[in-house]
Design a protein around this ligand. Structure first.
Ligand SMILES: NC(=O)C1=CN([C@@H]2O[C@H](COP(=O)(O)OP(=O)(O)OC[C@H]3O[C@@H](n4cnc5c(N)ncnc54)[C@H](OP(=O)(O)O)[C@@H]3O)[C@@H](O)[C@H]2O)C=CC1
Ligand SMILES: O=C(O)[C@@H]1CCC=N1
Length: 272
């Protein structure tokens, strides 16, 4: 992997996940800096990973060849405008913010700089992330490879050809860990209604989910419907449960939820 000087502006959950993956992949701690207004997260990053830290985004800018814009979308305008005090030419920008198109980010930064949009997810913290990326032709092939390597250090990557595709990545991968947590929560609650202690209920549903996820990943040649069929005895308990989910409109509900995520990303692009 190229070892550019890489700064993270905003030292929150996602930055921590990516920094952790980079260090584990052998990226030099000397080449990473994180900036944040308050110190506790910076202190933890310095202690855990030995990277440089600063409370000054200007210092982050001066340090870096590549800058990860990792603040909440609502903070991005103000933060980027303040970066304009620095010489931003020759910098590569990586934005992980939901709902902010490249053109909008360039307007916030005050120039036509190369910007890669990335949509990661929180399992990146465990090296099991899924990131979708988009870059226009201002971003060189070498820089695209660099970004692929950076995000590849925390999981799998895909590139989308059209920028709108990023909203699909949000719906399918950026937000979707929360859908699975919600599903498990509902299962845990019902297991408790059936008389199990909370921790036993959690143990059962989490282990079933882990096993199911591993089966999906280790059987790429089998369709998801086939994996389901293998659990489902004719006229048995799984059929009773799955038919209930199907009859209650699970597919439609999931489709509606994913469309809602896309619609919200589109709305954010207009508002921010
Ligand atoms: N969480 C998720 O699942 C995903 C999040 N994202 C995107 O990642 C981005 C970051 O999210 P996440 O890490 O969860 O958020 P966090 O709230 O954990 O982190 C944001 C950080 O930015 C800091 N910050 C606020 N203002 C500034 C500023 N002006 N300059 C520098 N740092 C600042 C905050 O500091 P302090 O706390 O001290 O105020 C905080 O540490 C968002 O844009 C989000 O859309 C993308 C994919 C998935
Ligand atoms: O909820 C959000 O807006 C961010 C983007 C994807 C996951 N979290």
């Amino acid at each position: 992997m190229q070892q550019k000087k890489l700064a993270f502006i905003g030292a929150g959950n996602m930055s921590r996940s990516i920094i952790s993956g980079l260090i584990q992949s052998g990226y030099s701690q000397e080449n990473i800096l994180a900036s944040n207004p308050s110190t506790p997260k910076l202190d933890a990053l310095k202690k855990d990973f030995g990277i440089h830290t600063s409370q000054s985004n200007d210092e982050a800018c001066q340090f870096a060849d590549a800058i990860v814009l990792a603040v909440k979308p609502q903070m991005m305008g103000e933060m980027c405008q303040a970066l304009q005090n620095n010489n931003l030419s020759d910098k590569l920008f990586l934005s992980i913010a939901a709902g902010l198109p490249v053109a909008r980010l360039q307007a916030m930064l005050g120039g036509d700089y190369p910007v890669v949009r990335i949509m990661p997810n929180t399992p990146s913290l465990l090296g099991k992330g899924m990131s979708g990326m988009y870059a226009d032709d201002k971003v060189s092939a070498a820089d695209k490879q660099y970004v692929d390597d950076v995000m590849g250090s925390v999981g799998e990557t895909v590139w989308v050809e059209q920028e709108e595709g990023i909203n699909g990545v949000i719906a399918a991968a950026g937000s979707s860990p929360a859908y699975f947590f919600l599903f498990l929560q509902a299962m845990q609650e019902e297991a408790m209604n059936m008389g199990f202690e909370k921790d036993i209920a959690r143990k059962m549903v989490q282990q079933a989910m882990l096993g199911a996820a591993e089966m999906v990943c280790h059987n790429q040649n089998l369709e998801l419907s086939e994996l389901r069929a293998q659990v489902t005895s004719k006229g048995g308990t799984t059929a009773a449960a799955c038919n209930t989910l199907i009859d209650e409109g699970l597919s439609d509900t999931v489709a509606k939820a994913m469309r809602a995520a896309v619609a919200r990303a589109e709305e954010m692009a207009k508002q921010l």
